[in-house]
Design a protein around this ligand. Structure first.
Ligand SMILES: *[C@@H]1O[C@H](CO)[C@@H](O)[C@H](O)[C@H]1NC(C)=O
Ligand SMILES: *[C@@H]1O[C@H](CO)[C@@H](O)[C@H](O)[C@H]1NC(C)=O
Ligand SMILES: *[C@@H]1O[C@H](CO)[C@@H](O)[C@H](O)[C@H]1NC(C)=O
Ligand SMILES: *[C@@H]1O[C@H](CO)[C@@H](O)[C@H](O)[C@H]1NC(C)=O
Ligand SMILES: *[C@@H]1O[C@H](CO)[C@@H](O)[C@H](O)[C@H]1NC(C)=O
Ligand SMILES: *[C@@H]1O[C@H](CO)[C@@H](O)[C@H](O)[C@H]1NC(C)=O
Length: 692
């Protein structure tokens, strides 16, 4: 047996980072110590030189995260309250997006790591079978995006540093103060927005924004509204939604083509209540982190409602993108600035979850389709290098284990500041617990008229519509919308999938005026009076798996508990007990599947699509320091729906099954060890005993 020595690899990695940092500090110090002799432009040029030299020395960009020590990544509404830091963040984003496309630290290249263009980032080479770098429906979904966010944060900080240097010297002190500890913000789409505000902050959906530049107050294009490639999409991008539109779009409308951000906001107001129930149920499930983080089918424990942070994440993508926006396609999603605010929140939830279920983390799993760096079928585990995120200048990449503690990358979250489960659980109860104040239309511009739920009582059950499907069944995403009550009229569902939709590439021109729902163009199911929630199967522009032999099964769920509580409150349903719920749902529950072109599909025409109504008894919590106990989810077979017939799961060659050993992957044996985490400057952070 080869003993796997975590501390050693970590130490050598950190030593390298430390050396690099010394160089960096030396140069910055040099720049800062002679401000009087330099014009802002000269100083900026000098910083640019420093940066180029650093990259030249290292050969390649090394992922370090933002410097200054450990600071919290804040909620976007909190960050905005610090006017100077907010101003600096916006200017940094503007500068970042304008960086030349051949710079590995440009927005274009960093966003391009995720999917398209399918080229190497930072000088690597293609070692997998094709496509982009991002793992989805896989065990490394949660950990791979961690250094990915860190390189983005590093770039934002670097641009902020350059912005500071562009201010006149008598203002430097003020902006340097704002720079210290600047971290990227997160957008919490599940928590209740402040009274009177829409679900999505206006700072993410206004087209322009007022900022302070060296020349004074000016209005600029809002860098959080969209990213633009220029006049046309670079040919290496290959493809783009809305006929290759060269600016990112959210739920696009035509004539002229533009984002419908207020529409996204209004739908978020409705969908948010479902996301909040999902987040809460996931935390309460306390299933191992490895299972809760991935949407991959078959890796869930019996107690689980089959949901995962990745599944919830998928639905936010699909809800922002709609049928033809960039967020609905994995290969171009990262170009929308929304992606980064959303993913930072996913990373936050996963970090919080680590504290609620300690001693669980990435489990071994198979790569489900060919990727730029990995081949379909290869087994990855917590020590697999998360290519292309280099941790040192010798080419080694961070592993999932390397980034288990976020402070290694210079950040934490408000809820993980104390590194205590108690702090996280209190926050989960406060932010996502059932029974937030019931919102009415009077509360704000777009506040949800949807019933927000009440706290669990003894004898209550949690009820969900669990959904399983092939992630890459269609070129693009498809969404399942769930209704309780009168079903919206059927659209013009084709009797079978149109030729070219399966295994094909998304057509370059797609009707975004589809005929769905009530037979009207662009019918928004989220506004239907019977709407309960949605789930998205988040795909890419190319359908099928990497080698076309096995479907990529993923699962998620649509919570219907709050909607049932409302029926109970109105006296239409006796209780949440299955005896009452089952007949109620049989008569009143329905769903619709809407494909990437806005078209409705009959369930039997979507390959590998299954639904199941499940419910579990909930033991209410007695204090803010604990979560309710969710018991085992049991199917309610009499609440039958299309595609709810019993079926047998036969694991495919690319599936990760519950049988995959959770510990001791091939090649080394994990023995009990103490890992000391230190920051890039070598300062001790904390230690942890693993392998027990
Ligand atoms: C497709 O993936 C399966 C499972 O890993 C593998 O056995 C098979 O060889 C692959 N086929 C091709 C053509 O790559
Ligand atoms: C829509 O079609 C489904 C069959 O696909 C059917 O069960 C349902 O009753 C129809 N709904 C309406 C409102 O016509
Ligand atoms: C949708 O747009 C296409 C292209 O502009 C047009 O041919 C089609 O008739 C439209 N369909 C509807 C239902 O408006
Ligand atoms: C759907 O169509 C019916 C019949 O025309 C109409 O009464 C209903 O208001 C429509 N629903 C929505 C949400 O537009
Ligand atoms: C998709 O590809 C698979 C594997 O090559 C094949 O078995 C299947 O028939 C294809 N489906 C369609 C609709 O072409
Ligand atoms: C269906 O919903 C209606 C309205 O809430 C309710 O009156 C009815 O009893 C439900 N059906 C069943 C079988 O419970």
């Amino acid at each position: 047996m080869v003993a796997y020595s975590k501390p050693q690899s970590l130490m050598s990695m950190l030593l390298t980072v430390f050396v690099l940092l010394q160089v960096s500090v030396a140069f910055s110090h040099n720049a800062h110590s002679h401000p009087a002799h330099r014009s802002p432009a000269a100083m900026e040029a000098h910083l640019e030189d420093t940066r180029s030299m650093l990259i030249a020395r290292a050969g390649k960009v090394t992922v370090k995260g933002a410097p200054d020590g450990q600071y919290p990544r804040l909620d976007i509404r909190e960050l905005k309250k610090n006017a100077d830091q907010w101003n600096l963040f916006l200017l940094a984003m503007e500068r970042f997006q304008n960086k030349p496309k051949n710079d590995p630290m440009s927005y274009y290249q960093i966003a391009g790591i995720h999917g398209r263009p399918f080229v190497a980032w930072n000088g690597g080479s293609q070692t997998g079978g094709g496509g982009g770098y991002c793992p989805h429906g896989q065990n490394t979904f949660g950990s791979w995006h961690r250094p990915y966010l860190a390189i983005y944060e590093q770039a934002v900080y670097q641009n902020a540093q350059e912005v500071v240097a562009s201010f006149p010297k008598n203002q430097q002190q003020r902006w340097k103060k704002a720079l210290t500890g600047l971290r990227i913000p997160y957008y919490d789409w599940a928590a209740e927005p402040p009274r009177g505000e829409g679900a999505i902050p206006t700072s993410m959906r206004d087209q322009t924004v007022s900022v302070t530049k060296p020349q004074g107050k000016v209005t600029i294009r809002n860098p959080l509204y969209s990213y633009t490639w220029g006049n046309s999409l670079p040919s290496e991008m290959g493809w783009g939604p809305s006929n290759g539109f060269a600016t990112t779009l959210r739920r696009p409308v035509q004539n002229p083509t533009r984002s419908n951000n207020n529409g996204v906001n209004a739908i978020f107001g409705q969908a948010r209540v479902g996301w909040r129930q999902r987040v809460f149920a996931l935390f309460a499930s306390k299933q191992p982190w490895g299972y809760a983080s991935t949407a991959a089918f078959g890796v869930k424990t019996i107690r689980s409602n089959a949901d995962s942070f990745e599944s919830i994440h998928d639905d936010i993508h699909g809800t922002v993108g709609g049928t033809d926006g960039h967020m609905s396609y994995l290969d171009v999603a990262a170009f929308d600035p929304f992606f980064w605010l959303h993913h930072t929140n996913i990373d936050r939830l996963l970090t919080m979850y680590q504290l609620v279920v300690p001693n669980t983390y990435v489990v071994p799993g198979k790569v489900n389709r060919n990727m730029f760096q990995w081949k379909a079928g290869q087994t990855n585990d917590a020590n697999t290098p998360l290519v292309p995120f280099q941790k040192d200048n010798r080419g080694a990449s961070y592993s999932s284990n390397d980034v288990k503690e976020t402070r290694v990358l210079g950040y934490y979250y408000p809820e993980t500041q104390q590194r205590s489960a108690k702090q996280v659980i209190q926050a989960v109860n406060r932010l996502y617990g059932m029974g937030e104040r019931q919102m009415t239309k009077r509360d704000g511009e777009d506040a949800a008229p949807i019933y927000a739920g009440r706290p669990f009582q003894a004898g209550d059950y949690d009820t969900v519509l669990s959904v399983v499907g092939d992630k890459y069944a269609m070129p693009g995403s498809y969404q399942v919308h769930c209704f309780l009550g009168a079903q919206p009229a059927n659209g013009t569902a084709p009797s079978h999938l149109p030729t070219g939709l399966v295994n094909g590439t998304a057509p370059t021109t797609k009707p975004i005026n589809g005929t769905t729902g009530n037979g009207t163009a662009n019918y928004e199911y989220g506004f239907d009076s019977s709407y309960v929630g949605s789930h998205t199967f988040l795909g890419g522009s190319i359908a099928g798996t990497g080698n076309g032999t096995a479907p990529t099964l993923v699962e998620g769920c649509i919570p219907i508990t709050a909607a049932l509580q409302e029926k109970q409150a109105n006296g239409e349903l006796a209780s949440l007990h299955p005896d009452h719920v089952e007949p109620y749902l049989k008569e009143n529950l329905s769903y619709k599947i809407i494909g990437p072109n806005g078209q409705e599909f009959a369930p039997e025409d979507v390959p590998n699509f299954h639904v199941q109504v499940k419910s579990c008894e909930v033991e209410p919590s007695t204090s803010e320091d604990e979560l309710p106990g969710y018991k085992e989810y049991i199917e309610l077979p009499r609440a039958s729906l299309p595609a709810s017939q019993p079926w047998t799961y036969t694991p495919g060659p690319l599936d990760t099954t519950p049988d995959t050993p959770a510990e001791s992957p091939e090649g080394y044996c994990v023995s009990q060890q103490t890992i000391r985490y230190v920051d890039p400057a070598g300062n001790f952070l904390y230690e942890e005993v693993t392998g027990m």
